[in-house]
Design a protein around this ligand. Structure first.
Ligand SMILES: O=C(O)[C@H](O)COP(=O)(O)O
Length: 316
């Protein structure tokens, strides 16, 4: 059997596949045309943020399972998967601690403008300490938008390390671990010094942070997005930064070219290239979880993290 590895994964996963008689194969590139060209003959796929579109599913001839390396599965077309009888699963939780650590790091970096400080130092410029007002996180209020495993880890870290008051906005979640659930997003935005996004990208969460939301944020707030680019309307964020309605942002996800566009003009905005889950520890945990799900599905059993179980036709 063969498993297509759309984007690079940790070697331990490839070794585990081989040990179970599954040969890892690789497309020429993660571009969907190359993925579609490589799919015939493959029984399984492990993909990261490149996802899998209807074009790829149409090209598959013996595909049974797609496992998303990570939590967010918005880039995989589940409707097309179901139409082709292909199971889709993800690996929630396996990278949560790493993503949460980056969220905290981005919050601290934005509060103290660390990349700008470093850039000024390297350029031999003086006066950085007088150039802005820097803030502590300690004792402040954080709004966690989306209280899944990553949101929970972030909330606990901010609360335990900095004594932050935690507000939760997560309409589908009732257990907020004792943290206050706000009545609505606007209330949370009006009270929070830090807004951290951990919600999946769905039609109803697209541009959740847009012009209207940014009008009600507490002045001086910092925005962190380690979730998905589409959660933030970047044009509206640039206007809010320009008008001083928001103090800074740490973005691990953003639309293509954002650092070279209007947002890139603000040195209080920090860009990282979707690094949240890229630690040695998370990469190993995630790929081992993904391979487990591949092997489970290839045995004809349902992985615990299946997303479209009702549509799976085993043995096609
Ligand atoms: O949704 C997630 O968990 C992350 O986007 C994982 O992305 P990666 O596996 O490509 O690092």
């Amino acid at each position: 059997m063969k498993c297509l590895i759309v984007q690079p994964v940790h070697e331990v996963g490839l070794e585990k596949l081989r040990a179970h008689g599954v040969e890892p194969v690789f497309p020429a590139s993660p571009a969907m045309s190359d993925v579609a060209a490589a799919l015939p003959g493959c029984d399984a796929v492990i993909t990261r943020d490149a996802g899998l579109t209807a074009e790829a599913f149409a090209a598959a001839d013996r595909l049974r399972v797609v496992v998303v390396h990570g939590t967010g599965h918005d880039a995989v077309d589940k409707v097309a998967a179901s139409a082709h009888g292909v199971l889709v699963a993800n690996t929630p939780g396996a990278n949560a601690r790493s993503v949460a650590e980056l969220a905290v790091g981005l919050a601290l970096s934005a509060a103290r403008r660390l990349p700008a400080a470093d850039a000024w130092e390297r350029a031999g410029r003086t006066g950085f300490r007088e150039s802005a007002v820097f803030t502590e996180l300690s004792g402040k209020t954080a709004l966690i938008v989306g209280f899944g495993v990553i949101g929970r880890h972030t909330a606990r870290m901010l609360h335990q390390a900095f004594g932050m008051e935690i507000l939760v906005h997560s309409p589908r979640v009732s257990d907020t671990e004792g943290f206050e659930k706000v009545a609505g997003l606007a209330e949370g935005l009006a009270r929070a010094d830090l807004i951290s996004l951990h919600t999946p990208l769905r039609p109803e969460t697209r541009h959740l942070i847009g012009e209207n939301s940014l009008r009600v944020v507490k002045p001086g707030a910092i925005l962190v997005n380690v979730g998905r680019a589409g959660l933030v309307d970047e044009a509206a964020l640039a206007v809010a930064l320009e008008e001083g309605r928001i103090a800074g942002a740490g973005l691990d996800v953003y639309e293509y070219g954002a650092p070279q566009g209007p947002l890139g003009q603000f040195d209080q905005v920090i860009f990282t290239p979707h690094l949240g889950a890229t630690t040695e520890e998370a990469l190993q945990r995630v790929v081992l979880g993904a391979v487990d799900s591949v092997l489970t599905a290839l045995r004809g059993e349902l992985p615990a993290t299946a997303l479209n179980a009702a549509d799976w036709r085993y043995g096609r």
